[in-house]
Write a protein that binds this ligand. Sequence first.
Ligand code: ANZ
Ligand code: ZN
Length: 866
Amino acid sequence: DRLLSLSKKWSKKTTKPDFKIYPSPESMANGKLSKYILAMFPYPSGNLHIGHLRVYTISDTISRYYRLKNHPVIHPIGWDAFGLPAENAAIDRGISPETWTKSNIASMTLQMKAFDPAFDWNRELKTCDENYYKWTQWIFKKLFENGLAYRKMSEINWDPVDKTVLANEQVDAEGKSWRSGAIVEKKMLKQWFFKISDYSERLLGDLGALKGWPDKVKQMQRNWIGQSKGTIIKFPLTKPVNNLNELVTFTSRSETLASVQYLTIGLRHPLLADESKMINLTEDVEALKQFIKIETSKNVGNKNYNPLLSKEGFLLNKISIKNPLLPNEEALPVFVSSYVISDYGPGAVMGCPTHDTRDFEFWKLNNSKVPNKTLKPVSVVPDVSCDINSIELPYIAKQGTISKLNKIKEIRGQNLKIAKKTVDEMLQKIGMGRDTTNYKLRDWLISRQRKWGTPIPVIHCQECGPVLVEDENLPVTLKQQQDEATCKCPKCSRTDAIREKDTMDTFIDSSWYFFRHLDPKNRTQIIEPKKSKKVDVYIGGVEHAILHLLYSRFISKFMKDIGYYTDDALGEPFEKLITQGMVHGKTLINPDNGRFLKPEEIDQHGKIKANGKIPKIAFEKMSKSKYNGADPLECISKHSSDATRAHILFQAPVTDALQWDEQKIAGVKKWLHKLLTLCESIEVKNAKSYEEYIDRIVFDKSSDLDLQFFNKLQKICKSIDVSFTDGKSLNTVISDYMILTNLIVDSSQQDVANDLLINATIKLVHMTYPVAPNVSEECIDILSKRFKWAEVPKFWPKPEEPITSSTTSYKILINNKKKFDVSLDSESHKLSDDDIVKMLIKNNLIANDITYKRLIKTSKIFNFVQ
Ligand code: ANZ
Ligand code: ZN
């Protein structure tokens, strides 16, 4: 096939275009002109799959488009090279994770090159290289020095299969590990955290400024950060306990304060820290300890158990509290229950059975445990009493008016919103409450009990505690971490200090790599601050909407705070985000029994060999068990890289799922051949210079045919340009190419001016370059030879305004004196001076030997100054 030989012929040149592909760091530093186009870097599994092909074709196409527009473009590639699969493969095969990873990188590099991407290989990085992870360790140090990395005992998610700790984000909604699929267990361990919660407000607030991000992704981040505005309310203890005078709670419904019947604290509330404290809470410490133990263990290995739905309560019968606004009312009981999240707000909740379903059910089950309970019904909103036996369901609506019977007189008759304000003010006045904002976003648990990851650069000393490794001793290498059990304390020089054994979550490696691409070889700094630059277009899967994209925003803001990122006032890393859809494989199903069919079970007529029936076809996520996987390399070697690239873009809008059907590639191949034929057959009438066809094209605007052709051409150019800038409808780019090719071919059968056809053809072959660079190069070559052009510089055609045939009356003046009026095309004043003169001479309106110094043009007047 000709397309295959073309790829061979040109790929050397097209993967290293001879124009501004490698901007010098100086020329692009913070330069507004330069464009940084980045696709999320791959994990080196060893196999380039079709999803990779899709995402890197998108980034390559967009980056070539900007190159044609003369922007210095940065389009790097790297490898997210640490992580579990390497360790598992290494165990399976008895080789080191490093050997496995590096050989995968080598083979994937070759596979990658098959689709002819113009990556800036100079900027390549691997997160497992010492010269990379040295800086990952440096970031850890900086975070620690800024109080943003700390260690604490914590209940962690434990993956029993991979034997590692998982971050909350790595546990799915069913409580399973994102990687092994195992049911996640809970354990208490001392772990390292990054204090991402300090950035909650900025991470949430700045989402509004991300105009180039999909709303869906922003909403997912909003929900994950989970802002909750409410009130901290202090409830005085009837007598001090463990040096505390009050219990602190968080509520988003302070207007329900009069309905409080009890308080509940979480299992890990400071009051329960140890036995000496528990003694002051309950007569039966053993029972309390037993309760906590049972409730904690329910959590372990049971995916169907949700502690937040628990209704089990343990009454702390030695303590009681008072309602801060109703000090003369009866004292209220305090419970312990696992439905209260210990590390959300102060980890204690006021119980309002009349207004909250959970509280209602809890109170129904537990109120009988309270001895001598003489609580009288209290009304809050529309006369709901809290006598548990007299109400059917709580009043949970957030609108309404406070009952005239509410015990807090000041809010009677007020609407709920106003009542909330009133209560908050009353509490504030007596120092028992204040407004606050809580976030669901937890701190980022970053330590992993794994070997193939960035070592945490810490030494534990018996005297000094955790001490950072000095800069000059970075990186702490993997080998050092594994071989040295004890080492010298950097602070006090004791020699029996212990090296930290944990490595970092690989999401840290990927939370800053886009900075390192800009200065990958820097030996003395993570990046030279003036080389830092915002990514203009970032492309990747929507599955990273929370994890990777939130972590990257956090680290990027931190980099801004410490002065290493200077290109965005908010420290946001990604200007525009494109989330590409999945690629689904063609699945063949036997209609008789629903069995998945292998390709070899189908004959050449598309029927099932065994029974002659037509298989059912579905498009589903590719998997080995469905025999619906597609090998991108096979497609490229059969059909050429250009055709494969065009096909993958043509089949669906970038953000939609793509139904991969190799047979349909015939359509784009036909078009590519047609384009080549067009270049070979276009009529060469008295060949002019290349510039004359492009920069100085003149044509007869009185010919309707020419005018129509010109206008159609501009419309298509504009449409292609917009699709590229937008980056999402690259599929319509391909159909626009096809439409334009057909338009030129068809118009050459009609009487359209040859110059116009050539103008359009030159533009078309250049616009094709981002998608099909090899065919484009061949077309330019064919045209150059036929027209005897020495060299055709690459360019991106600027769409011109369509010419409307409506006319305007222009005054023609010579030396400010009016000579006559003439009716001309309304756009005439936009022509060059030469063209205006030519046109006026041609129509016998001025002498053909007119001399003048200057032509003054307005939208109504041509004034020749002699
Ligand atoms: C009294 C009340 C009455 C509540 C009512 C709700 C409805 P968000 O929006 O998620 O922040 N809460 C507070 N801290 C909690 C914790 N550590 N663990 C579990 N639940 C907690 O929800 C805030 C509400 O969740 C708070 O408002 C509190 O219950 C509960 F009719 O206080 B509310
Ligand atoms: Zn020490």
